[in-house]
Design a protein around this ligand. Structure first.
Ligand SMILES: Cc1ncc(COP(=O)(O)O)c(C=O)c1O
Length: 409
C-alpha cells in the first residue's frame, strides 16, 4: 500500500492502530481507599478525604484555602455570589470559552459582556477588556484556556485601576503557575473543574481557591447551606453573615478520594507534558500553515497546564482544504483531532435572550478560535517520544496532501 497516500483516501495510516489513551487515570491505592471509604459509611460533610484534598490542592496552587464543590460551573456562581455580583452588574468574560463561564454570570442575575481573545494565546484580550469597562462592570473572569494562560499581570493591573474583582476560570489550568504563583491564587478567587475529561478528574466536581480569609468563609458557608467549617451535621452554632443566602453545592468523599490520588503526581505530569509540548511545537513549526497556541507572555517562572494541545492553522497554506477536512484526515491517520468550543453566543446550547448579554468584541474568536483551531486532549501529551514524532509526521503528511483533501466531499 502507498504509505504516503492519505489514509482518509484509502492509504495506510501513520498510526496502524488509532491512538487511544485511557483517561481519567486509575490506580490500586485509590481503588482500595474507595472500598474502605464505602465501608466507613462516612461519605460527606467535609470529611477526611475532602480535608486532605483541600490541603494538598491549596499547597500546589499557592492558595490559603480550597473548597471542594459539585462542579466547575457552580464554583463560578459561588465566586460571583460571595463577591456580591448581582442584578444590574456587568461581568467581562472571553468570547471563546465554555458556556459555563458566561452562564454563571446569568445565574447571579448579572450580565455577561463578551470580550475578544488574543489570536496567539486564545485568552482574554486585555486591551479590548479595558475598552469594554463601563460604570456597571463589577468583575472580570479571565479563562486560562486549553494550553494558554491569560496575561494575569495586565488583568490584575486593569482590575486594580478600575476597582474590579477578578475570578480566574482555571477549569483547564490545574497545576499551572504564573510567575511562581499558582493559577487560581492570583485573582480574588480561582475556580477549577474536575469533570471527567479534565487534567485532574473525578467524574463531576470542582473547587474554589482564595487567599482571602473572609471570602473563604463566605465561600465555605455558601456551598454548605450556611454551616461554618467546624459545624457538625445538623448543629449550626451561628448563621452566615447578613445577606449571604446559601446553597448546597457540596461534593462527596468519594470524589475527594479520587482527586486526592491524582494530586501527588500532578507536578511531574505537568512538567512532562510541558517537555512533550515543547518537542511537538518544534516539530510542527517545520510544517507550513501550522502554529501552536502561544503560552503566557513571559516564559520564566511559568508552568503551563494543558487541557488541550491546540494548533492554529493558517489556511493560506492548505490549498483550499477546510478545517473539517483536515480533522477528518488527521483522525484517519490515527490522531484524535477535534475543533474548539467556538464563540459562546453561537453555540447551539446558548439559549439566552439577547437582552441578557452584551457583545463587545468577538471577531478573533470567530476567525481564529472557531475557524482555525485544531486540538488534541491533554492525555495525548503523554505519548512516548517515538509516537510524538509520528504525531508530527501525521500532521506533515496531511498538510503535504492538502490539495487532495480540498477535493474531498
Ligand atoms: C473554561 C471552563 N469553565 C467552566 C467549566 C465548567 O466546569 P464543569 O463542567 O465542571 O461544570 C468548563 C467545563 O468544561 C470549562 O471548560
Amino acid at each position: 500500500m502507498n504509505r504516503d497516500k492519505l489514509a482518509v483516501l484509502g492509504g495506510s495510516p501513520v498510526f496502524k492502530t488509532p491512538v487511544r489513551l485511557a483517561w481519567p487515570p486509575t490506580d490500586k491505592v485509590t481503588e482500595d481507599a474507595l472500598v474502605e471509604l464505602y465501608r466507613s459509611r462516612n461519605w460527606s460533610w467535609n470529611g477526611p478525604w475532602e480535608q486532605k484534598f483541600s490541603r494538598d490542592f491549596s499547597r500546589l496552587h499557592t492558595a490559603r484555602h480550597t473548597w471542594f464543590m459539585a462542579n466547575g460551573t457552580v464554583t463560578l456562581e459561588a465566586a460571583l455570589h460571595v463577591l456580591g455580583v448581582g442584578p444590574g452588574d456587568e461581568v467581562i468574560v472571553p468570547s471563546l470559552t465554555w458556556l459555563a463561564t458566561a452562564m454563571a454570570v446569568l445565574y447571579v442575575g448579572a450580565k455577561p459582556v463578551f470580550v475578544d481573545i488574543e489570536p496567539g494565546t486564545l485568552c482574554l484580550d486585555v486591551k479590548k477588556t479595558a475598552a469594554a469597562i463601563t460604570s456597571r462592570t463589577k468583575a472580570i473572569i479571565p479563562v486560562h484556556l486549553y494550553g494558554g494562560m491569560a496575561d494575569m499581570d495586565r488583568v490584575l493591573a486593569l482590575a486594580r485601576k478600575h476597582g474590579l474583582k477578578v475570578i480566574e476560570d482555571c477549569a483547564h489550568a490545574h497545576g499551572g503557575m504564573w510567575n511562581g504563583k499558582g493559577l487560581g491564587s492570583l485573582g480574588d478567587i480561582g475556580s477549577f473543574s474536575f469533570q471527567q475529561s479534565k487534567t485532574v478528574a473525578c467524574g463531576e466536581g470542582g473547587c474554589v481557591t482564595t487567599n482571602d480569609d473572609e471570602l473563604a468563609e463566605r465561600l465555605f458557608r455558601f456551598k454548605h447551606i450556611g454551616y461554618d467549617l467546624s459545624a457538625r451535621q445538623g448543629k449550626a452554632a451561628a448563621g452566615p453573615p447578613p445577606g449571604l443566602i446559601c446553597h448546597n453545592y457540596r461534593g462527596t468523599e468519594f470524589q475527594a478520594a479520587v482527586l486526592h490520588g491524582q494530586l501527588a503526581g500532578l507536578r511531574a505530569l505537568t512538567e512532562r507534558r510541558n517537555c512533550n509540548a515543547d518537542f511537538l511545537t518544534r516539530e510542527l513549526a517545520r510544517i507550513p500553515g501550522v502554529k501552536v497556541q502561544a503560552r503566557g507572555r513571559r516564559a520564566t517562572r511559568h508552568r503551563q497546564s494543558y487541557y488541550c494541545f491546540m494548533t492554529i492553522l493558517d489556511f493560506h497554506h492548505w490549498a483550499g482544504a477546510t478545517k473539517s477536512q483536515v480533522i477528518r484526515a488527521l483522525q484517519a491517520e490515527g490522531l484524535p483531532a477535534d475543533g474548539s468550543y467556538g464563540t459562546v453566543w453561537r453555540h447551539p446550547l446558548w439559549n439566552v435572550p439577547k437582552s441578557r448579554y452584551r457583545i463587545h468584541s468577538g471577531q478573533v474568536s470567530d476567525d481564529v478560535g472557531t475557524a482555525r483551531c485544531v486540538g488534541f486532549h491533554h492525555w495525548y501529551l503523554d505519548l512516548p517520544q517515538r509516537d510524538l514524532g509520528k504525531f508530527a509526521a501525521a500532521f506533515a503528511k496531511v498538510q503535504r496532501h492538502a490539495h487532495e483533501l480540498a477535493k474531498m466531499v
